[in-house]
Design a protein around this ligand. Structure first.
Ligand code: NAG
Length: 302
C-alpha cells in the first residue's frame, strides 16, 4: 500500500479482495460494525452473571449474551454466511430463517463473542474472536490451512481495534489493524520480526499453575525468568496475542496437563489466532521459526 495510515478500510479491501464482493462489501463491514457496537455497549454495561451456562459448563455473563446478540444480528445482514456457531452456542445452525442455495461466495462463521470473561469485571482488555470458513457448513471438519480464509480479533481496550487476517486461496495471507469505529486502517501490514530478537523479550505463560505439576513447564518458565524475559500477561488471549503482534515478537505458552486442562478451543480460539499469527509472518523459518511465538500445546476441544 502506498498510502500513509490512517486511510479508509474500503480502499484497502478493494485492493486486497478484488474478486469477493460479498466478503469485501458485506461480511467484513457487518462484522466490524458489530465489534464497534459491542465496544460501545461494554463501556456502559454492568457485569453480572446471566444465570445460564454454555455447553462447556462456563457460567455466562450478561456481557457474553450481549456480545453474542450483536454478532448474530450482523450475520442476518450477510446473505453469503449460511451457518454459524459460537462458543456460547456451539451447534452449527443455519443463520437465515429462510435458507437460500449457496451462491459463488458461501461461508460459515465460528466465533467467540467475548473472550476474557474472568477479567472483564476489573475492566481489563477483552476481545472478540471471529473465524470465517470458505464453505457454507461444517467449519469443524474443514482443513484450516485452506478453508479458514479470514479471522478477526476485536480488541476492547482504551482504544477499540480489530486485527484482520485474510488468506484467500492462492495468496500468502496478510494481517492489518483497523481502528474502530472510524473503520480506518492504522497498521497496513502487521509483520512479526524474524529471530533473533534484539532488546526486550516478552513471555506470556498461560495456565501457569500447571507448572506446579509438570516439571517441564516449571523449567521452561524458569528459563524465561533466568534469561531476563519481561512478563506481559493479562489473562486475556486476545490482548496477550495482540501484544506480541504490536511488539513484533513475544512468547505465548498455554500447556495442557492431566490435572490442569487449558480452555482454548480449536474452532473458536486456536484456529483463528493461528491464522492471525501465520498471516503476520509467524510461520516463517520452520516450526519454531519466525515471530518467536511458540505454541506448546492447545487441546482440541470444540
Ligand atoms: C472501562 O475502561 C474504559 C476505557 O478502557 C472506560 O471507557 C470505561 O468507562 C471503563 N468502565 C468502567 C465501568 O470503569
Amino acid at each position: 500500500m502506498d498510502s500513509t495510515p490512517p486511510f479508509p478500510l474500503t480502499s484497502h479491501l478493494t485492493s486486497l479482495i478484488p474478486n469477493r464482493p460479498a466478503l469485501r462489501d458485506s461480511v467484513l463491514p457487518a462484522l466490524l460494525t458489530a465489534i464497534s457496537q459491542i465496544a460501545l455497549a461494554l463501556r456502559t454495561a454492568s457485569v453480572h452473571t446471566s444465570g445460564t451456562s454454555n455447553t462447556f459448563g462456563d457460567a455466562q455473563l450478561n456481557v457474553d449474551v450481549l456480545a453474542e446478540s450483536h454478532i448474530r444480528a450482523a450475520l442476518l445482514l450477510c446473505p453469503s454466511i449460511h451457518t454459524a456457531s459460537s462458543e456460547e452456542d456451539p451447534v452449527e445452525r443455519p443463520v437465515h430463517p429462510v435458507p437460500t442455495a449457496p451462491g459463488p461466495e458461501a461461508y460459515t462463521l465460528a466465533f467467540d463473542p467475548l473472550d476474557g470473561s474472568s477479567i472483564i469485571g476489573p475492566n481489563f482488555t477483552v476481545g472478540t474472536i471471529l473465524s470465517l470458513w470458505d464453505h457454507p457448513t461444517s467449519a469443524l471438519h474443514l482443513p484450516p490451512a485452506t478453508s479458514q480464509i479470514a479471522a478477526i480479533l476485536g480488541v476492547y481496550g482504551p482504544r477499540t481495534t480489530a486485527i484482520i487476517a485474510l488468506r484467500l486461496p492462492g495468496t500468502q495471507g496478510t494481517a492489518f489493524e483497523v481502528s474502530l469505529p472510524s473503520m480506518t486502517v492504522t497498521v497496513p501490514r502487521i509483520l512479526l520480526s524474524l529471530p533473533p530478537v534484539t532488546g526486550t523479550r516478552y513471555f506470556a505463560p498461560a495456565n501457569l499453575r500447571a507448572a506446579a505439576e509438570d516439571p517441564r513447564y516449571m523449567v521452561l518458565v524458569t528459563h524465561y525468568i533466568r534469561e531476563r524475559y519481561t512478563l506481559r500477561y493479562s489473562g486475556g488471549l486476545v490482548p496477550d496475542v495482540v501484544h506480541a503482534l504490536v511488539k513484533g515478537h513475544g512468547v505465548y505458552v498455554s500447556p495442557v496437563t492431566a490435572g490442569s486442562g487449558a480452555k482454548l478451543r480449536r474452532l473458536y480460539e486456536t484456529c483463528p489466532v493461528a491464522l492471525v499469527v501465520e498471516c503476520a509472518g509467524g510461520g516463517r523459518g520452520g516450526r519454531r521459526g519466525g515471530g518467536d511465538i511458540e505454541w506448546v500445546k492447545a487441546d482440541g476441544r470444540g
